[in-house]
Design a protein around this ligand. Structure first.
Ligand code: ZN
Length: 242
């Protein structure tokens, strides 16, 4: 009977729509988790970068201290040599070396001071970031927990719907099924529409009164003139839902 063909199509559509909804729900959650993971990694990386900079700064400071110590030793030698100079030229050359070492040591010292300040600043920044990392971590744990729960819940519902779908597909004619599949693919999931307020429920374009009458007879397969979806009568839709 034609009406049964139409009912079978409408039933299949309603199960497929529910499956689509479950899929879209699941499709959204992993994105949220991914986004949180990305944010968390970003913060962790920032901390790691700051820690690396601290290590570099400390190394540089140690090197500065070492260099300053060497310069001081040199300077001492030059100062000792001042007592053995034989002329003004030698004296000038030595004082120049001593002054040069003095300047260098000063530069190294102020550089080390700046490095100490930078390390302190970085350590403060890290302390500020730590609670944010913890916050993201616990949020991520929470979302992951939710995701697992919802996926588990969905799995049950999905399995139930899939089973129902298998049963329903057996009632759909092969030709109807291939039409259905083709339209579903072209129309973002909705292949079977009904009449609602004289319009196609898929595209909301008015269905001519004469055509509405014909559809109500439930004895032929009709397609919407505008969107190409299969059109079934309200009677068929309601019987399918029941
Ligand atoms: Zn339509």
């Amino acid at each position: 009977m034609m009406k049964d063909r139409l009912t079978a199509l409408f039933e299949l559509q309603s199960v497929d729509s529910q499956l689509d909804e479950l899929e879209s729900l699941r499709g959204d959650l992993p994105t949220t988790v991914q986004e949180l993971e990305r944010e968390l990694n970003e913060k962790v990386e920032t901390i790691e970068e700051k820690l690396a900079e601290i290590e570099e700064a400390k190394k540089k400071k140690t090197k500065n201290e070492h260099d300053a110590k060497d310069l001081l030793e040199q300077q001492k030698k030059f100062k000792a040599q001042l007592y053995q100079v034989r002329n003004n030229k030698e004296y000038d050359a030595l004082t120049k070396e001593i002054d040069y070492a003095e300047d260098k040591i000063e530069t190294l010292d102020s550089d080390s001071d700046a490095l100490i300040k930078r390390v302190e600043q970085l350590e403060e920044e890290i302390e500020e970031l730590k609670p944010l990392v913890e916050e993201k971590k616990s949020k991520l744990d929470e979302k992951n927990e939710n995701l697992k729960k919802i996926v588990a819940e969905n799995e049950k519902e999905e399995a139930r719907l899939q089973k129902e779908r298998e049963k329903l597909v057996k009632n759909v004619r092969r030709g109807d099924y291939s039409n259905y599949t083709r339209i579903r693919r072209a129309k973002k999931g909705l292949a079977v529409a009904t009449i609602s307020r004289s319009a196609c429920s898929g595209c909301h374009n008015i269905v001519p009164p004469q055509r509405q009458l014909e559809i109500r007879r439930n004895n032929r397969l009709f397609f919407c003139e505008h969107c190409g979806r299969i059109l079934v009568s309200v009677e068929v839709a309601e019987e399918a839902k029941a």
